[in-house]
Structure formats: C-alpha cells, structure tokens
Design a protein around this ligand. Structure first.
Ligand SMILES: NC(=O)c1ccc[n+]([C@@H]2O[C@H](COP(=O)([O-])OP(=O)(O)OC[C@H]3O[C@@H](n4cnc5c(N)ncnc54)[C@H](O)[C@@H]3O)[C@@H](O)[C@H]2O)c1
Length: 452
C-alpha cells in the first residue's frame, strides 16, 4: 500500500525551503508610479481582502500578504473545514485579522459587502468561476496560475475583467521577481548582452512522489466533495493528476517558466511539437501524462528561436531553470536565488561596462592567455565562456513582490505585472502542448489564439 504525505508537513518544508533559498534584497520599482488604474481604490490606502482556497499555495500567499502593510483580511473561504480552513484562520488570527470564515464563495460574496480585493488559490478548474464571480461582485482579483485549465475558462476571465474594469492579476510571480526584472530590463533590453538569442532550454523535473493524503478523521464528507466537483478525498488531494481538474504538468509547472520564454523573447510561439505519456505512474489515478517534452518555434524581432521545455516525473536532477542562449552569451536563471549566471562567449564584446554599473558581477579572476612571445592567444575555439553572476539578489518570499505589485495597483500606484491578457497568452501557449501530445504532430498557433 502507498504511504501518504500530510499537507502540513510538506507545506512547512516547502515554505521554509522557498523562503530560505532566495538571494539578497534588491527591489526595483517595476512600473511607473503614480499612474491611476481603472477601478483603483482612491481614498484610502487600506484594502479589505478575502481569500478563497487556503491549501498549500493559499497559505503561502497568506504568509506573505499578512506582512504587507494596509491589508485587512475580512473573510476566508475554503471547503476543507477540518483542516485547511482552520490552518488559514490560524494564520489570520496570529496576525490579528478579524475575519469571517465560509465554505461557499457565493455566501461570502453575499454577506461581505465591504471587500475590495480577493486572492484566489483554489484548484485550477475553479479559477474561472471564482474569478468571474468576484470581478462581477466588484472585487479586484489576484488569481493563482494556471489562469484556468481550459482556454474557454481563461477567456471568460479576461472578458469579465474588461467588462467590470476591475484588476485581474495572474499569479505568475516571476514577473515581479527583482532578479527576473533585472534580467529582462537591464541585461536583455538595455544591454542586449546575449546578442541574438537562438535557443531556450528549460525544465522542472520532479522526483517520484507519493500521493497526498490527509489526517485520520479530517476528511470532507462525500456530499460536500461531490458538490465541489471531487469524486473522493484522494482526488480532492491530488487534483493535479486529473483531467478536468488540473491542466497537466506542462500547465502546472511549465506555465511558470514558459511564461518567461514569452516575456523575455517578447513574442508568442508560432509552432509547437510535443511528446508525452504516463510513463511512470498508474494511469488510473494519473489521468494526465507524467512526462512531457515540448519544442516551440518563436519568430522574434531578431530571428527564429527554438525553445525546449521538459517536465519529467522520476528524478529532479539538474533542478529548475530557464536558459536563454544567444550568439554572444547564455543566461541561466531560476526562481531559486542559487541560479543566476551569464556566460560570455569568447568572441563577444567585453562586458566591463556592465560590471562597472553593477548589472553583472565579474568572475573572480579574469584570465588573459598570452603566448611566450607575449601576443594574445586566439581563444575563439579553445576558451570556455566566462561565467558572470547577475547583479541582482532577492531574499524575500517568492510571492511577496507579485502580491505587493497587485495591491499597489489596487491603490493606483503601479501597473499590474501580469494582467489578464498576459496570463491568457501564457495559458494559450501551454494548453496547446496538451493538444500536441494528443495529436502526436506539429501544431501551429494563429496570432488570434493569443487574444480575446
Ligand atoms: N504560483 C505558484 O508558485 C504556485 C504554487 C503552487 C500552487 N499554485 C496554484 O495555486 C492553486 C492551489 O494549489 P494548491 O497546491 O494550494 O492546492 P491545494 O489542493 O493544496 O489547495 C486548494 C485549496 O482550495 C480549497 N478548495 C477547493 N475547491 C474549493 C472551492 N470550490 N471553494 C473554496 N475552496 C476550495 C481546498 O479545500 C484547498 O484548501 C492552484 O491553482 C495551483 O496551480 C501556484
């Protein structure tokens, strides 16, 4: 029989790991300040907030959000009354947020009339309904990725945001991460230090995992599970593996990083090919494939880019990264602060000015190879690229800057870093991989597929 993991143990470990692994506090102002955003709160800086879904991710977001000044959590909604709801409420109590708890979001929206914003961290198949209802109730919404497990669901969210004029931030938190902003704004846009980018390579491989379980006597009754779209506690806890509930690993993990492909390449792809299958787990409780490899073709302003991505469920070897390769250098970055290197090709122009202005940190020793006669040796063929570190660090919890960006946008002080339209482009990019796996052939994207 399979052993089970409890939510709580994993959550604490993952939370500690996520906050401990990031690097040191440099904050860049990501957007123009002072710009008024449609529907933003005008009079007061205090914002009344609710949260729907306080599982692994909802609690991670709460832990960050309660440290942001001026937020008042007034309501918490979660269907798992015996566990997650209590856990989330305890966090709010610890930070002295007086709040009401709900099982059903409709009741919450009915009763809580002074909310201005909501954080949604329910399973993907609930995002569209929750987001549309909250926008229509007049709330600004921070909704976790993946925006939706279907393109239709994502489309409805974009339409609702447009119609209501309320803000909708999608939880691709790398978009607000100071290290990623540094790479995009300083190294790529201003410096163009990679030259012409020709290829991208990225991955998030996951070690084989036991299914998530739940503490004895703390399950949800069958009627409630059914009402909220789950066939059993096992499915409720492991919703990611089920079609109709999650969007598969390319959506769950890949969307974080493929979103960066689109962002850094300033393009959406033209073509995708993909191969995937349920190779490791039992198909009966893993409806989605567990291995997938995809190759996109982008046509960027500087030329064609081939972009590979894989997510494999067996060994997490070589970590999580996005690696952009150009004819003058390579940038390898990861959300974990431990990875942030830029390699200069021996034939590329010197990067001294980017070191002087702090955009890059130089390698400890600069080697200059000279022959016996004192002449410089031609290093074009032989020398390995020099490794620089990116000149930006970040030591806070991963999600905090993205939440701050959202709440600052609600206050009219910033623009959203990942508005609905951007989230939609990413959803269209990753969901097509599932079609490509099914079809077993190359699929093309039409430009209109990325727009609502
Ligand atoms: N941005 C990130 O780095 C990141 C990381 C992990 C998860 N996520 C996203 O966060 C979301 C939640 O993932 P998770 O890992 O926390 O899942 P989870 O299963 O641990 O938590 C989901 C929570 O939602 C509750 N819930 C389910 N249906 C509900 C409903 N109809 N109304 C109210 N509550 C409901 C459940 O009881 C549970 O507490 C997913 O969309 C996931 O993709 C994002």
């Amino acid at each position: 029989m399979n052993k089970i993991k409890t939510t709580q143990g994993l959550n604490r470990r993952e939370f500690i790991r996520s906050t401990a692994a990031v690097g040191a506090g440099l904050i860049f102002s990501p957007m123009v300040l002072g710009e008024t955003t449609t529907g933003a709160v005008a009079k007061s800086d205090d914002i009344n907030v609710a949260i729907i879904g306080v599982g692994e991710q909802g609690r991670t977001l709460l832990e960050s959000a309660v440290k942001i000044p001026g937020l008042r959590f007034k309501a918490l909604c979660d269907i798992w009354t015996e566990f997650n709801q209590k856990y989330g409420a305890n966090i709010l109590r610890a930070f002295k947020h007086e709040h009401n708890v709900y099982v059903d979001y409709k009741e919450m929206l009915d009763k809580e009339k002074d909310l201005q914003a909501v954080i949604i961290a329910t399973p993907d198949f609930w995002h569209s309904e929750h987001t549309v209802a909250c926008l229509k109730a007049g709330l600004h919404v921070y909704c976790e990725k993946e925006m939706s497990n279907t393109l239709d669901g994502a489309r409805k969210m974009v339409v609702a945001a447009k119609e209501t004029g309320k803000l909708l931030q999608i939880g691709h938190q790398r978009r607000s991460n100071p290290r990623y902003l540094h790479c995009y704004n300083k190294l790529l846009k201003e410096g163009g230090i990679l030259g012409r980018i020709t290829a991208v390579n990225g991955q998030w491989n996951r070690s084989a995992q036991l299914p998530f379980g739940y503490p004895n006597g703390k399950g949800i009754d069958e009627a409630t599970l059914t009402k909220y779209g789950f066939k059993s506690m096992a499915q409720f806890r492991n919703w990611r593996w089920y079609k109709g509930l999650g969007g598969g690993p390319i959506v769950d993990l890949g969307s974080h990083q493929i979103d960066i492909y689109n962002w850094f390449l300033e393009a959406t792809p033209k073509v995708v090919i993909a191969s995937g299958g349920t190779d490791y787990y039992d198909k009966k409780d893993h409806e989605w494939y567990d291995d997938v490899m995809a190759v996109y073709t982008y046509e960027t302003k500087k030329g064609i880019v081939r972009a590979f991505y894989q997510t494999i469920s067996s060994s997490c070897c070589q970590g999580v990264h996005e690696t952009f390769m150009g004819d003058q250098g390579t940038l390898a970055i990861s959300e974990a602060g431990s990875k942030g290197e830029v390699y200069r090709e021996p034939t590329a122009p010197q990067w001294d000015k980017w070191v002087k202005n702090g955009y890059l940190i130089a390698p400890p020793e600069k080697k200059e190879e000279k022959s016996d006669s004192g002449a410089l040796v031609d290093v074009r063929e032989s020398a390995a690229p020099e490794m620089y570190k990116i000149g930006a660090e970040f030591k806070e919890a991963y999600h905090k800057p993205h939440l701050e960006n959202f709440f600052n946008a609600v206050r009219g002080k910033e623009k959203l870093n990942c508005p609905a339209e951007v989230g939609y482009e990413t959803a269209a990019t990753v969901l097509k991989v599932n079609d490509a796996v099914e079809a077993g052939c190359k699929l093309e994207f039409k430009p209109e597929e990325f727009k609502v």
